[in-house]
Write a protein of this length. Structure first.
Length: 275
């Protein structure tokens, strides 16, 4: 990803750390040490030639994903607001801020990732807010956002539809949603109803599904539900979203279509038994 970088950095682990702009002449070795002091990074971000996750098992991640989805965002966001849910180390927040976004808020539950995100954004001299917040609390954030990113988090959640319904409340423009997929990669022609005795549909690999991981997948116990393609698309539609773009196999761009009924969100109606 393209960056406008300054050779200034502070030690985020030091109690008397100086502002980034006050330090000069940091070299690659010193910067690498500061990056490593923040622990293992899942986002590979280029900081003046220093990569934060150079040995990522997925390669140059998430830049390899960004290259496929970046075209869904305007080249100039002209001050648009952005909410990055499960922001990790802030790659997407940074990318959209560099495209001229206005308020950018990244939220995550992991303090280490938030420290990394603040470090990277500060090093790049970008005004981005980062806040500790679980996805299940995201609907308590004031206001709505032009763009909401919900990337790489869905399958890590024990209650994924609850989270999706909460995230939907924050979308005024578009939701950019990404999830790991397993099983069939084909869409499925959904019908309005299926007969009780029709069991054949459940043996069709294209039928909407989400695989439940009881223990661990890829040595990660937070991988709970992994959908196939039609399962992911069905859940997005069931949340009242209209899919308007599918820029790469795991990512969808959605807009609110029927997220409310009689002025009430689907989540609120479900919780009080009126859905």
């Amino acid at each position: 990803m393209n960056t406008n970088l300054q050779n200034t950095v502070s030690d985020p682990t030091s109690d008397d750390a100086q502002p980034l702009a006050s330090l000069q002449h940091v070299n690659a070795i010193e910067l690498t040490q500061k990056v490593e002091a923040l622990g293992d990074w899942f986002h590979n971000i280029d900081l003046d030639g220093v990569s934060t996750a150079p040995n990522h098992f997925l390669g140059d991640y998430p830049n390899i994903k960004w290259k496929q989805i970046s075209s869904v965002f305007p080249a100039d966001l002209k001050g648009a607001s952005v909410l990055d849910v499960g922001c990790n180390a802030g790659f997407y927040s940074i990318a959209l801020k560099q495209r001229g976004a206005g308020r950018v808020l990244g939220v995550d539950v992991d303090t280490r990732y938030l420290d990394q995100a603040r470090f990277a954004a500060s090093f790049l001299h970008l005004d981005i807010e980062f806040q500790k917040c679980t996805v299940y609390e995201v609907d308590s954030i004031a206001g709505q956002f032009d763009y909401v990113l919900f990337m790489g988090l869905f399958y890590h959640l024990r209650y994924p539809l609850l989270a999706l319904d909460k995230v939907v409340k924050k979308v005024s423009g578009q939701l950019v949603f990404q999830t790991m997929l397993r099983g069939s990669k084909h869409a499925y022609p959904v019908k309005p109803n299926y007969d009780f005795w029709n069991k054949k549909i459940f043996t069709d690999p294209d039928f909407p599904a989400a695989y439940f991981i009881e223990n661990s997948y890829s040595n990660d116990q937070t991988n709970w539900f992994i959908p196939n393609r039609s399962g992911a698309e069905g859940m997005l539609r069931s949340a009242g979203l209209q899919i308007v773009a599918h820029p790469e196999p795991e990512t969808w761009v959605c807009e609110p279509k029927s997220v409310q009924r009689d002025g009430r969100y689907i989540l609120d109606m479900e919780l009080d038994g009126t859905l």
